[in-house]
Design a protein around this ligand. Structure first.
Ligand code: NAD
Length: 590
């Protein structure tokens, strides 16, 4: 599938959008008329429709007579937003706006992404998923169930857009740290794809959220009359695998082999299995494993700029050995190998502790993934003992065990290392292994800290202030999505995630590092995503992973030309023109 240079084009059954690369102006041709225009979130501009547009689109009289610009509409939304009494109300309000006026919704998000991201994404999207049946207004995304086997291709035909570049899919089994939420987990793909647009600039009509409903084990939901999903236990085994296989084939056949399919919040048992099954066959990745890996490794690479060491100089202990830990460990391994170490040498530097203790050879309860990181070492149960014994340079918490990094552990880390690296990545904030304040206090400001959830800046008694970095996956996946779709990559290798991590670490300034920040400010995320996408595109062409021909000579201009603008477009209607001197035109010029 080829994209034109300097000319982004989007089509749906009734609407075409043309963007002129030269003037930057965007025009929309639509066959939709009348009431349907004002009820279509892609087309709706509210009172920003000009008089000519109102007349030509057949909506004159369907709107109040006043003309209100997007700037003023933004103010109105922000004022309403401020009046909401809690975060769930804010979520419902923003989703309502997305259903009414997409451009305005993204304009609002872009106006202060740091403020709105926690509402449409973690942590509030988690609360929204728990209450999805209650707050349900309109369906968003495609719901495919286990009973649709054999018909997925025709379900995809029901989706109104033909040019889909990114799909985000979940089966709802492990929604954030909240467990099995079944169909209510749809909030996650919806939220993630909103960030593809808000942070990465991917046009929303090219993004498709999908729920694969195979049932749920959640008894409370099964009994809840408001639950929106199938009312039976999860179907597993061959039927589940067949559904997934059919889904992957159907998406690739309908939207192309370069259509990105992001897996999100699948349970451990399926996440690793499906990733290894599909990663070399389709354009796919698992954000919980690979996106997390890239953001954490970017934090480590930024930390190396402070310690002035190489990755291979470090001994890293993970608290947790699940999706996040495995993904991060694999990418660290790749970074170490790039520095010249053999795989065996790298593996000796990465240690993991799970709920049964240190992962060592011959221990019980070792999955295939864990065996890879099992060390030749006597068994140890307690994290404090492990840290004392191994004297790591970095500890990474991804087990969702609140407070696991005790005062003793942090003080020990500070005694072995001039600059100990302490990442408390578990979400939400209540599950963090330690707080930013504990890290900076117990290490006398020497700790290099990153967290999964945001922490406020910390001022020590000596007056020094530190700004903890938040290892938010949103630094990675929108840029990766934009990059791989911009050059039609067909398989997303781990090298692409390492490239993204390296690019992100390079965007951290010396000033950021001096203040304790391991990531660029979230407010610059659009720019960050664009830069990541350009790096990924360059990498993809260099390594023959890109299939878009001809290769764009100016990658940055190419990527930028594909991005979404929140500015309202002008409608071009060629069927009927009101005479210039008609009474109505005259009255409106007054
Ligand atoms: P997971 O369920 O796949 O893994 C959890 C792991 O923790 C398992 O290996 C389990 O054995 C281990 N564990 C449980 N209890 C333990 C204990 N008492 N001691 C040691 N280990 C224990 O979950 P996941 O997807 O890997 O996510 C883990 C945490 O990481 C979550 O809190 C999640 O929010 C967080 N996370 C953060 C980011 C980020 O910061 N960007 C990204 C992804 C996940």
């Amino acid at each position: 599938m080829a994209h034109g240079h300097g000319l982004a084009r989007r089509e749906s059954a009734r609407t075409e959008m043309h963007k002129s690369g030269e003037s930057g102006k965007t025009f929309v041709y639509t066959k939709t008329r009348g009431y349907d225009v004002t009820r279509n979130p892609h087309l709706n501009k509210g009172m920003a429709f000009s008089l000519e547009e109102r007349q030509q689109l057949g909506i004159h009289g369907l709107l109040p007579p006043c003309f209100i610009s997007q700037d003023v509409q933004l103010l109105r939304v922000l004022r309403n937003y401020d009046m909401k009494k809690d975060d769930l109300d804010r979520y419902v309000f923003l989703m309502g706006l997305q259903d009414r006026s997409e451009k305005l919704f993204y304009r609002v998000l872009s106006s202060d992404i740091e403020r709105f991201m926690p509402i449409i994404y973690t942590p509030i999207v988690g609360l929204a998923c728990q209450q999805y049946g209650l707050i349900f207004r309109r369906p968003r995304g495609l719901f495919i169930t286990i009973h649709d086997r054999g018909h997925i291709a025709s379900l995809l035909q029901n989706w109104p857009e033909k040019d889909i570049r990114a799909v985000c899919v979940t089966d709802g089994e492990r929604i954030l740290g909240l467990g099995d939420l079944g169909s209510n987990g749809m909030g996650i793909p919806v939220g993630k794809l909103a960030l593809y647009t808000a942070c990465g600039g991917m046009p929303p009509q090219q993004c498709l959220p999908v729920m694969l409903d195979v049932g749920t084990e959640n008894e409370t939901l099964l009994k809840d009359p408001l639950y929106i999903g199938l009312r039976h236990k999860r179907v597993r085994g061959q039927a589940y695998d067949d559904l997934l296989d059919e889904f992957m084939t159907a998406v690739s056949e309908r939207y192309g082999m370069d259509c990105l399919i992001q897996f999100e919040d699948f349970a451990n048992i399926n996440a690793f299995r499906l990733l290894s099954k599909y990663r070399n066959k389709y354009c796919t990745f698992n954000d919980d494993i690979q996106g997390t890996a890239a953001v954490a490794v970017a934090g480590l690479l930024a930390a190396l700029r402070i310690t002035k060491t190489k990755m291979c100089n470090h001994t890293i202990v993970f608290q947790g050995a699940g999706e996040a830990a495995m993904g991060i460990a694999e990418l660290i391994l790749m970074a170490m190998k790039k520095e010249g170490l053999t795989e065996e040498e790298c593996l000796k530097k990465i240690w993991m502790v799970d709920s049964k203790g240190l992962i060592v050879k011959g221990r019980d309860h070792l999955t295939h993934e864990k065996k890879r990181f099992a060390q030749e070492h006597p068994q140890m149960k307690n994290l404090e003992d492990v840290v004392r014994k191994l004297k790591p340079t970095a500890i990474i918490g991804v087990a969702a065990v609140a407070g696991a990094f005790s005062e003793q552990i942090i003080r020990d880390m500070a005694s072995f290392n001039e600059r100990p690296i302490i990442f408390a990545l578990s979400n939400p904030t209540s599950k963090a292994e330690c707080t930013a304040e504990q890290c900076y206090t117990f290490t006398e400001g020497r700790g290099i800290f990153a967290s999964g959830s945001p922490f406020d800046p910390v001022t020590l008694p000596d007056g020094r202030t530190f700004y903890p970095g938040q290892g938010n996956n949103a630094y990675i996946f929108p840029g990766v999505g934009l990059g791989v779709t911009a050059c039609a990559v067909r398989h997303i290798s781990d090298e692409i995630f390492l490239t993204a991590a390296e690019a992100l670490a390079q965007l951290v300034t010396e000033k950021d590092l001096a203040e304790g920040r391991l990531y660029p400010p979230l407010s610059s995320i659009k720019d960050v995503s664009l830069k990541l996408a350009v790096k990924i595109t360059e990498f993809a062409y260099e390594h023959h992973l890109a299939t878009l021909c001809p290769e764009p000579s100016d990658k940055q201009a190419h990527v930028r030309s594909l991005t979404y603008s929140t500015d309202y477009e002008e409608f071009v209607v060629d069927s009927y023109h009101w005479p210039e001197d008609s009474a109505i035109m005259q009255s409106c010029k007054l």
